[in-house]
Design a protein. Structure first.
Length: 368
């Protein structure tokens, strides 16, 4: 097992700051996932840990040993960091069999032949490729090729596994299967895993902790999946970790009203936000109830779009000319309770769970 520590790390490319004073720690044996928009610096973090990039300033430690530092100047070569890397494009050698791909790192290390084969077979068994040792990559599915890449990263007895969007090129069913495979591998090996992705579902499913990275290379929030999902620190984190509805609000005569049309918003602030008169109400689609009857806290709307997504029905509802929200209801529940609506039909919506945030121009630019 290995812990990983970043201390005040800076990194820039072509005079553009990618990471600025980044500090965080990954605990030994945990799966730590970094999520964020494309180009925010997630992969740069991974490359710095692997030794493919050098920090401009700061230090990086693995297993309490400094592997990169600018003061004092230290740089441990990638092959000596005991960190395996898996990329999104598999990067398996097309002319080598499954066994040939997996055993190759051990051959480079000049491990004795029988010992190398034993370790390679153990690694192949661990990723459920037993019986496919003699197949070439073109004879394997995408998921099987990704398992070969994982097995190759594990075979060298690495303490750290760095995964850079490894499931991106797989279809939906394989992605779901492989994310559980990765979690199983972590349990078997007790390796420290750093997983980089923009896929929120994968991050929530496999992680012990998640770090949400913004476009400036900062970690906005670090916590367990449930902490980050249920208590997002700001609108950026709320939006990035799932489907989001935002309603612009303002205060008038001690009441919340909808910013665009001055209609009452029949809810109260659930936390104190001092000195602000502009707010955002953030609501998940699953927390938007839809009905044919009006209630004390309902808002009238009209169904703009109905989409059947298998187990879920997704409604887009207009509550004003320029304001719409999405509601997601279990298909079976909708049929049982008469929540089936046609496009153009009037309805009433209520919100079960609302998080209120202050709003300003900077937030507007970031999430809209």
């Amino acid at each position: 097992m290995a812990n990983i520590l970043f201390k005040n790390v800076y990194k820039s490319f072509e005079n553009k700051d990618i990471l600025k004073d980044l500090s965080f720690e990954v605990n030994s044996g945990e799966c730590f996932t970094i999520v964020g928009p494309s180009g925010c610096g997630k992969t740069v973090v991974l490359r710095l840990i692997a030794g493919f990039e050098v920090p401009d300033k700061g230090s990086i430690s693995i297993s309490d040993n400094i592997v990169a530092s600018t003061n004092p100047k230290i740089f441990i070569q990638p092959e000596n960091r005991k960190a395996g890397v898996v990329f999104q494009d598999y990067a398996v050698w097309p002319h080598k069999t499954v066994m040939g791909n997996v055993i190759y790192p051990l051959e480079i290390q000049k491990i004795e032949k029988n010992e190398a084969k034993r370790r390679a077979q153990k690694s192949i068994d661990m990723v459920n490729l037993t019986g496919l040792e003699d197949r070439l990559p073109y004879q394997l599915s995408g998921g099987q090729q990704q398992r070969v890449a994982l097995s190759r990263a594990l075979v060298a007895d690495n303490n750290v596994l760095l995964l850079d969007e490894p499931l991106t090129n797989l279809d939906a069913n394989l992605r779901e299967e492989m994310r559980f495979e990765i979690k199983d591998i972590q349990r078997k090996t007790n390796n420290t895993i750093i997983y980089v992705t923009h896929d929120q579902e994968v991050a929530l499913a496999i992680s012990d902790r998640i770090a949400v990275m913004d476009n400036k290379g900062n970690f906005r929030k670090i916590g367990t999946p449930i902490e980050v999902y249920k208590n997002p620190i700001d609108p950026f984190v709320f939006k990035f970790l799932g489907l989001a509805n935002f309603i612009h609000l303002k205060m008038k005569d001690d009441k919340l009203i909808i910013f665009e049309n001055d209609k009452d918003f029949p809810y109260q602030l659930n936390k104190e936000i001092k000195g602000k008169d502009k707010f955002l109400a953030a609501i998940r689609p699953m927390d938007v109830d839809i009905s044919k009857t009006e209630s004390e806290k309902s808002i009238e709307g009209k169904i703009e779009r109905t989409s059947l997504l298998g187990a879920i029905i997704d409604y887009k509802i207009n509550i004003d000319e320029n304001i719409s929200v999405r509601s997601q209801i279990q298909t079976e529940e909708a049929h049982q309770n008469g929540y089936i609506f046609k496009e153009g039909e009037n309805c009433f919506i209520t919100f079960n769970d609302i998080i209120f945030y202050e709003n300003d121009d900077e937030i507007e630019k970031e999430i809209f």
